[in-house]
Structure formats: structure tokens, C-alpha cells
Design a protein around this ligand. Sequence first.
Ligand code: ZN
Length: 90
Amino acid sequence: MTIINRICVELRDILAVRLQCKNCQSAISYLPKDWKPTALRCPNCDAIMIEPSELRALELLAEGLRTLMPADDAAEKKLRFEVRLEFEQR
Ligand SMILES: [Zn+2]
């Protein structure tokens, strides 16, 4: 039997953006409102954590979170943004 769990996450539920080094698994967390992606090396092993080709996409994601998170709390909000997470449990 497989059980599928579904969780809907609203923007206000996102408490941190966490970047994890693929090389040593160390992680750095940022508040979404303060997160400004830059070229980043792991503080533990010095591996490159954000490739230059990924940087622009992460900048857009960070800008989107900073723009949409306050709008998500506004009483007159017109957009409801949710991320639905699904995972199987065996
Ligand atoms: Zn590392």
C-alpha cells in the first residue's frame, strides 16, 4: 500500500530559503525577505554552491518572493499563491 500525503503551502508559510552544498551537505538559511542570491561558495568546503548559470533564475525567485509575500498578507489580495507538495509514504 502506498499513502500519498499532500500539503498546500502558502507564501506566508515559507520561513526560510535553505541552500545546501551538494559536496558536503552543509546548509545556509536566509529569511525570504532578506535573500539576495549572489555567487556563493560553501563556507565549509569552498565548493561552488550557485553556478553562474543558476544565479539569474535564483535572483528572479528571490525577487518574486519579496514582491508576492507582502501581497499575500494584504486584505485586498487578488492572487492566491500556493505550492502543493506531494510525497509518497510506503
Ligand atoms: Zn560544502
